[in-house]
Design a binder for this molecule. Structure first.
Ligand code: DGL
Length: 272
């Protein structure tokens, strides 16, 4: 596999762009092929077998783009499908759950960690299991916040309705005296300001995207797959694909990426 090949990044929608953005910052020479499964979102309410089927199709598609590695920029797919799919393919893969859990374990001072995520990620128990594998003495409190995903996809990042829902979802966690909160869905960092305001200054918010990008860089370095530096003022030719709603995706992506998308292609992911 050539080190000049792109990295595949995927999510159910725009949430994974928070990871793509961090990869662009941490390893700026890398080309990204992004896929957002906008036609089949949300993933968080689906069963494990459905998520595995979706992830398998996406990995098959990314394979046709000859990616050298895949970042599963979706907690739900990382929790439900990554272990299965990585045994099936010959491409190095990385998810967001383990890097996020590692950061939280390093961050907490009082040993009390909160996790907010989709229903599927919470039900998988993966954050709790992985945190306990690193330190069994830590207390972990999880809360599913399913409405956050459609609110983000609708661009309602600073809306009073979103604030009201955040207050309701986070009320229980606020009683638990946590000092660290994992944003365990890649859509949630887009609500960071609002979640931070609701939880208060004493709670550190952990966005797994940063640690994921760093771990990805290490993985590429170990495998001698880091891309060569680009000539000055040149940006890598990233590519963006979705399963529906290209225009809406593009407007959103252009509002959060340090780079303007010129073209988003729609593909029939069921065909892979
Ligand atoms: N952004 C995804 C995650 O990190 C999934 C959101 C959804 O589609 O429910 O879990």
């Amino acid at each position: 596999m050539s080190s000049q090949a792109p990295i595949g990044v995927f999510d159910s929608g725009v949430g994974g762009l928070t990871v793509a953005r961090e990869i662009m910052r941490q390893i700026p020479n890398e080309k990204i092929v992004y896929f957002g499964d906008t036609a089949r979102l949300p993933y968080g309410s689906k069963s494990q077998s459905t998520i595995i089927r979706f992830a398998r199709q996406i990995v098959n598609f990314l394979n046709t783009c000859e990616v050298k590695a895949i970042a599963v920029a979706c907690n739900t797919a990382s929790a439900y499908a990554l272990d299965v799919i990585e045994r099936e393919v010959d491409i190095p893969m990385i998810g967001v759950v383990k890097p996020g859990a590692r950061t939280a374990v390093r961050t907490t001072k009082n040993g009390r960690i909160g996790v907010i995520a989709t229903d599927a990620t919470v039900n998988s128990g993966m954050y709790t299991r992985y945190i306990h594998s690193l330190n069994p003495d830590l207390a972990v409190y999880s809360k599913a916040c399913p409405l956050f995903v459609p609110l983000v996809e609708e661009g309602m990042l600073h809306d009073f309705v979103t604030e009201e829902i955040a207050n309701r979802y986070l009320a229980e966690l606020k009683q638990q005296n946590i000092d660290t909160l994992i944003l365990g869905c890649t859509h949630y960092p887009l609500l960071r300001t609002l979640i931070g305001k609701c939880m208060g200054m004493s709670v550190q918010l952990v966005n797994p995207a940063y640690e994921t990008a760093i771990s990805l860089r290490e993985m590429l370095r170990e495998k001698d797959l880091l891309a060569e530096p680009l000539p000055e003022n040149e940006t890598p030719a990233h590519r963006f694909f979705v399963s529906d709603g290209a225009e809406k995706f593009e407007i959103f992506a252009n509002s959060i990426l340090p780079y303007d998308i010129r073209k988003t292609e729609v593909i029939d992911i069921e065909g892979y």
